[in-house]
Design a binder for this molecule. Sequence first.
Ligand code: BJW
Length: 237
Amino acid sequence: MAETRSIVVLTGAGISRESGLHTFRDADGIWATVNIEDVATPEAFARDPGRVQDFYNERRRGLVDNKIAPNPAHLALAEFETAFAGDFLLVTQNIDDLHERAGSRKLIHMHGELAKARCGNCGKFIEWREDLFTDTACPACDQAGGMRPHVVWFGEMPFEMDRIYEALEACDLFVSIGTSGNVYPAAGFVQAARMAGARTVELNLEPSEGASLFEEAVYGPAGTVVPGWFTDLAGSL
Ligand code: BJW
């Protein structure tokens, strides 16, 4: 097997499901109870900011609740990152902070972070663990009415795309975990990694939309599959 010097891991909502957070597109997922067009687009926020703030306030309260904790999949990725001597980048679509809490440091939140808020007036973003309201004032510029969750809605540009594509173009192993492969640009990362000549692996509960694009796959719950797979990888390096 070729040497593994540079690894990119992509995670989605499935990795946090065993920690008690909902996925989006499973039968009991978030989009089964609320319409994307009502809460996850800039148009929804312009039309009814209170509705959108309520949706994220409720999820933020759930996240800061101490009952939510990293599961063995988050912990295994953090442990692998610490031990691996090569280049490692964890790109998560998740807005929860379970990777950080597990100890991951080489991490990009491409769809933002629930525990941060951003001011539409001055552009600053800051840690935010409380509810947000339509008249919340920005601590940086003092203007009220512009604060929003620091997340990426449909039609908005995900964060740090240049850094992500740079890592994909240089990687020799790409591992996708717990994502359905419905949402772009993340769903296209496997193709970018393939073009770079990388080995591509899917670890998911079931085959994703893009399953045929991966060379290898292991199906099962992340908390079981991910620790075993990364232990084997570490042993093979
Ligand atoms: C388990 C498990 C267990 C369960 N263990 N596994 C037409 C064609 C192509 C693209 C477009 C198009 N029309 C529009 C677009 C673009 C659009 C898009 O992709 N739309 C599609 C719906 C078609 N994308 C965008 O608008 C993005 N921006 C953009 O494209 O900018 C332009 C650009 C161009 C070129 C380069 C760069 C940029 C922005 C997308 C923003 C997505 N935002 C959300 C909300 C974030 C905030 C929040 O959390 O509320 O992000 S939507 C939601 O979906 C969230 C997620 O991060 C994202 C992905 O979901 P994920 O993680 O895959 O979850 P699920 O539920 O779908 O899947 C879970 C998986 O886990 C399943 O497979 C389960 O089986 C599995 N699972 N339990 C392991 N225990």
